[in-house]
Design a protein around this ligand. Structure first.
Ligand code: NAD
Length: 297
């Protein structure tokens, strides 16, 4: 039987709507809108597009959007001064420094300068630590979005076998932590894992966050597995076309013959990331204003 297609685009749209409604409630209670500041250094075209769409989504969710576009040759000191100014600004609840930064800037030290209570990307070591010991903080948007899709589809994850492929700080590791916290039995697989196909075959839940086009075929999957494909890979363009097709780390069509449910690329995990960023910003606003965060978030 063909797998259910997990519609991340629709889920993200409904999350954005809920966040927008709740942001309007926040504004009534706090006397101000939540605010998200995005800092972009340089003119990387992909980053320009991301920052533009984050700004639009922020405004559409009844929040204020502050964009800081800095030149490519911005010094670390100047960038840190912008971050400090945003840390101190009560109108700003969330701060996001768009990555990657130009090579002369050290990403870790810039992220370390963001107030952990405004770090809505969840990349600060304090927030990684909070996640690891079970304290309230901010969880990186992409894995939290994957978790929302998984619990929406499966409900209780207790005792399920989950395999996360990829161990990055922004996707694989926090994803594995969230799954452990939800009582799944978790394996983190990576580039040095032996017999990856056999490891994946055990999984009731597969989260693929590698960055290798269509690496996971149907032979790797257990019957009925739930497959979350985080990978975004552009194939070389076909003759006569300007751009290649976007595909995930999973060979969708064949995997859908075996899986119980699967996210497409595009339209699966991707749209969740911005929706969760807005959600995290609203959570930050409630906390910063000393108000109780609504449970529905
Ligand atoms: P990364 O490059 O930091 O990490 C990739 C991981 O894959 C590494 O931990 C590595 O050990 C593992 N890996 C590499 N080759 C492997 C192999 N042959 N077998 C098993 N594991 C292997 O990447 P990342 O930032 O975690 O992103 C992963 C993918 O997810 C990328 O395609 C990226 O574009 C995509 N992504 C999507 C979103 C989204 O919003 N949908 C967000 C972040 C990342």
């Amino acid at each position: 039987m063909a797998a259910t297609r997990i519609d991340g685009k629709a889920f993200a749209a409904s999350l954005r709507e809920r966040v927008g409604a709740s942001a309007a409630e926040f504004a009534k209670a706090a006397g101000r809108k939540p605010g998200l500041a995005v800092v972009l250094v340089g003119d990387d075209p992909a980053s320009q597009v991301y920052v533009g769409s984050k700004g639009k989504a922020t405004l559409a969710a009844n929040m204020n959007s502050y964009e800081h576009r800095l030149p490519d040759d911005t010094s670390a000191a100047d960038l840190l001064a912008v971050v400090e100014q945003l840390n101190a600004d009560d109108a700003v609840d969330g701060i996001l420094v768009q990555l990657p930064l130009p090579e002369h800037l050290d990403e870790q030290s810039i992220i370390a300068a963001i107030s952990p209570d405004k770090d809505v990307d969840g990349f600060h070591v304090i927030n990684a630590g909070r996640l690891s010991v079970g304290q309230a903080g901010f969880v990186p948007c992409t894995p939290l979005g994957c978790m929302m899709l998984l619990t929406d589809r499966l409900g209780d994850l207790s005792g399920l076998e989950a395999v996360v492929i990829g161990r990055s700080n922004i996707v694989g590791k926090p994803m594995a932590q969230l799954l452990v916290d939800a009582n799944a039995t978790v394996t983190i697989a990576h580039s040095r894992t032996r017999d990856l196909a056999a490891v994946v075959k055990r999984a009731d839940i597969v989260v693929a966050a590698v960055g290798r086009p269509e690496m996971i075929g149907k032979d790797w999957l257990k019957d009925g597995a739930t497959v979350i494909d985080v990978g975004i890979n552009r194939l070389p363009p076909e003759p006569g076309k300007e751009k290649g097709k976007l595909v995930g780390d999973v060979a969708y069509d064949e995997a859908a013959e075996v899986a119980g449910a699967i996210t497409p690329v595009p339209g699966g995990v991707g749209p969740m990331t911005i929706a969760v960023l807005l959600r995290n910003t609203l959570v930050a606003a409630y906390r910063n204003a000393g108000l109780t965060v609504p449970e529905a978030l």
